[in-house]
Design a protein around this ligand. Structure first.
Ligand code: CAA
Length: 297
């Protein structure tokens, strides 16, 4: 596939991973964020993740240098998308923010540019409806950690065209991912199935059926999951889990999606998982030890 001009909006965990995988496949990437400090941090993270690949022998130093060289940064959205053929928005999971970004993208991205969102649960159809080009809007849901996980969940909105879907599917395959295409209902497929499992694990803890380590061990050893559901919730971010459950609850009006009160309370307390240093486990920079949070001992 020929190199494309791809702009990625949001330099957080998902945005930097998405920029990494596109640049590593030879695409010209512009990473956009409002703060230069976030962009600098993202480039440092990408550098570290590329170093892991060099250390493993799956990437050469030259390929690492070429990957980093393919990533430019920009704090001005209009300038950052002016030559884009594809934009992947990976900003914070907030409806109003995403709608504002897509209005701006519609105003500044060239005609024909595909507008994709990495949203984990917000309706693609709703996002597309604020643009004058809903046929060109699509969901491209990468999994964390992006350089490692094979899946890209491709979500077709109500008006997404076949041509746009095909381009995004082909591009995902060309960067070494496995695209799986689904339709646009709350939570799509990945989070509609994953989040009720995580919520049930939290409910099981809340009811005292098992402790953190017991619940995670059962799911790791019994179901061959790489992480138990509570560790995975910490990894994703408890605020993100809560917001996705609320989308499912609102979208279907079914009480089975109601977030566990313990999850609500932990988010209110600022215990957001790995990113805040504490969730179901406690995290110390530089340590890979899994230590159950003192609140659950
Ligand atoms: N960039 C590049 N490589 C990375 C990386 C990164 N950010 N993070 C980890 N790796 C690589 C490591 O180099 C290592 O590679 P090798 O096995 O080839 O040596 C490999 O990944 C495993 O890493 P570690 O040894 O450090 O750690 P691990 O064996 O415990 O695996 C994990 C870590 C890959 C994260 C694994 O625990 C896992 O797969 N967990 C589940 C992840 C998951 O379910 N993700 C989806 C979350 S849901 C989501 O993202 C969507 C949503 O909307 C919420």
């Amino acid at each position: 596939m020929r190199p494309m001009n791809i702009s990625v909006i949001g330099a957080g965990q998902m945005g930097n991973g998405i920029a990494h995988v596109f640049a590593q496949s030879g695409h010209n990437v512009t990473l956009i964020d409002i703060a230069q400090v976030s962009l600098d941090k993202a480039l440092a993270t990408i550098g570290k993740n590329l170093d892991r690949q060099v250390a493993k022998g799956t990437l050469t130093e030259e390929q690492k240098a070429a990957t980093l060289k393919s990533i430019g940064t920009q704090t001005d959205l209009a300038l950052g998308v002016k030559n884009a053929e594809l934009v992947v928005e990976a900003a914070t999971e907030n409806v109003d923010l995403k709608l504002r970004i897509f209005r701006d993208l519609d105003a500044h991205a060239p005609a024909g540019c595909i507008l994709a969102t990495n949203t984990s649960s917000i309706s693609i159809t709703r996002i597309a409806a604020v643009t004058g080009r809903p046929a060109g809007v699509i969901g491209m849901h990468f999994m964390n950690p992006v350089p490692v996980m094979k899946l890209v969940e491709i979500i077709r909105g109500y008006s997404t065209s076949d041509a746009v879907t095909k381009t995004v599917v082909d591009l995902s395959t060309a960067i070494g991912k496995v695209p799986v295409t689904v339709n646009d209902y709350a939570g799509f497929v990945a989070n509609r199935i994953l989040m009720p499992m995580i919520n049930e694990a939290i409910e099981t803890l809340f009811q005292g059926v098992g402790g953190v380590a017991e619940i995670d061990s059962i799911m790791k050893l019994g179901m061959a999951h790489p992480m138990g559901p509570l560790q995975l919730a910490d990894f994703i971010g408890l605020d993100t889990c809560l917001s996705i459950l609320r989308v499912l609850h609102d979208g279907f009006g079914n009480p089975k999606y109601a977030p566990c009160p313990l999850l609500v309370q932990m988010v209110a307390a600022g215990k957001l998982g790995a990113k805040s240093g504490e969730g179901f486990y406690q995290y110390t920079a530089g340590s890979k030890d899994l230590v159950v949070s003192s609140s659950f001992k």
